[in-house]
Structure formats: structure tokens, C-alpha cells
Design a protein around this ligand. Sequence first.
Ligand code: SF4
Ligand code: SF4
Length: 381
Amino acid sequence: MLKIRYPLDSELANSIREMRPPKELHVNVRNLVLKVGKGAVLRKGDIVAEHPSKGVGAFHASACGKVSGVNYHSLTVKCSGGEETVDPVNVETMGKGLELLRALQGLGVDAALFKGGAEVLVVNGQNPEPGISVAQQLLRDGREEIHAGLQMARRLLSPGRTVLAVPKGEETSIPGAETVGVKAKYPYSLDALVVRAVTGREFPEDVRVVNVMDLYDLGKVVLTGLPITETLMSIAGHNYRVPIGTPVRHILDALHMAAGPGDIVVLGGPFRGEAIYSLDQGVKKGDHGLFITSSDSIPAVQDAACINCGECVLQCPARIQPHLISRCAEYERFDEAVRYGLNSCFECGLCAFNCFARRPLLQYIRFAKAQILAKGRETRS
Ligand code: SF4
Ligand code: SF4
């Protein structure tokens, strides 16, 4: 077994940089419910789409402009350069019931994360993947927002214990939470493994995990009353504040980066991120990294046959059999995929990253989960 360590800690030399505003936004609206149409004139912060599932935060315009096109995948906004923003909503004065959760959801917060109670609230302060240092940066430079976010999270969840999980040996702390050190190696940044490290239990129902980026967004909403319109991204060793919907092409131009023919551009991290099919694709809430893999550095992922080497099984921290599950998913035998442990997969991506046949194992797993979810929705409606 090839045992490679994937470190999560980074050197933070600079403060957060601002991305140059784009002339056009491409807001990803696939599978969302549109709230505006072609020709609509938008202020910064106007709602453009909502998620069909209850509890997922709404999506907003990150700049003033006019909707110039809508298709199944994206909504295009021609930015006007205007300064007009929506009116702030004071969520601090609201009670802690449904009204507050609805208001937060309308401001882009995933309210489902903060619904109901929890015995333990774990703040995941680890960088999500190698090469991404946004958590570390926010714990250093976004303390006011994180503190406000934690106060709101504690108000909503009333946890008996609040823990901040940070890389072992780090001194970081936030008021109201005890600090626990966890391994600073991927995949130990994933929620399921952070929870196991903190509580000693696997998938406990009374534990809620919120990562530092979501807590920062929540705190910013609390402090400003304005919706979430940007995401923090690690790009080529620096962290940038990027308006949601900024086309990848704009980011590459602004930072003098280039993607050649056959290169793979990934939004997210090297293990769990998604390769984009067009440089016009806009960044989404929760995209925390942008990477380019050159065409000659690694063989392309392909629908090759599994050679039964067993490497994916050895790598899998969930102790399931990715080769079997992915084959079931490939042939749409979803019930069997579930029997083999599909739902125990926490999508670390180690199986696909290490597959000698370069099979798209994580993509098959995500496909199976999405199909099962869609079927469930169809049955309910
Ligand atoms: S992505 Fe692959 S390695 Fe990771 S938990 Fe799922 S099946 Fe296991
Ligand atoms: S690592 Fe790839 S080739 Fe090897 S068993 Fe797993 S799926 Fe098959």
C-alpha cells in the first residue's frame, strides 16, 4: 500500500486579498428554483434563486446589474458597477424560533445546520483539504465574525459542550469553546473524522458540526444583516474574497494564470473538488479553492475497468469497498450500492485519487447518492 501523508497546514504570509470585480456574473442555478427572469434589474444582495429542499440558504446577486440570460445551468448578470444593496435584516433582535431560521435562510445561511438542539457543537477549524488554507486564515483574520457566528449557533442549538477542533499543537481558541487538537493530515479534516476524534464516537446523532467558513459567514450575516455574496478561496498560495458567480475565466485573467488544452481546472480541493467543463462557470458558495492540473502531470480519469488491485479498499477511512459500490453505481444498481455501504461514504475522494485504473470512483458514488435522493423526492411529490 502506497502510504502518502497529505498535510493540511500552510504558511500564512498575507492577509485576505480582494478579487477584482467581474464584469459579468454566472450564477449556478442548476436544480434551483429561479426567483428572477431575463431583464430583471438587481441590487447587490437580491435573491436570485432558492433551493427546493427546506433549510438550504437562498442564493443572491453579488453585484448590481441586469439579468441578461438564463439557462438550465446558469443565470448571467451584466454588472453595472452600481453600489445599491438590499436593506439589512437585524437577526439579533429576533427570537430563536422559526422566524429567525427563516430570516437566516433568506440571507443565504444553511438553516438546517442550526435547527433543533445538539448535545455537542463541534466547530471544525481544520483546513478542508491540502492546498486550501481558508480555515486557518479565518481563525487568524476573521475572529470577530467567527465569535458572532458562534454566539448565534449556540443560541440556536443550545449545546451542552462546544468544541473548536484545530490542528494538534496549535494555540488557537475562540471564546465559548474548548480547544481540541486533531491530526493535521487529510482526511482528518472531514467532519466525520473530526467528530470521531473529538467524541470517540462514529456518526453520533446528538453532535452537530459546523466548519469555520460557515461560522464566519453566519457571523458576518449577524453583524451586517446582509446576505452571503462571496466565498473565500485559496488560489495559487493566497486567499481571495471572491464574489459568488465570478467566472473562472475572470479569476485566471485577474491573477495571470492560464489553463492549456487538456489541463483540468478544479473548483474546490484536489480530493473532493469538481472539474469544470467551461471556464465560464461561476464560483459557488462553498467553493474554497481553485486548482489547475496540467495535462502531462497525471493520467486522466476514465471509465476504465477495475483491475481488482484493492488499493481503494486499503485507502478508504470509512472501511467500505469503493470498487464494489462504484461498480453498482455505474450499472445503476443503487439498492446494492446501499447494501455495500454507500451511505457510510463521507466523500473523502481518497479511493479515486489512489485508483491505479484512474476510475472516477467518487463521481460514481456521488451519482448514486444524487439518483437515490432524486428518486426519494419524486416519490414524495
Ligand atoms: S470517497 Fe472513497 S475512500 Fe472516501 S469514504 Fe468514500 S468510498 Fe471511502
Ligand atoms: S483502486 Fe481502482 S482498480 Fe484498484 S480495486 Fe479499487 S477501483 Fe479497482
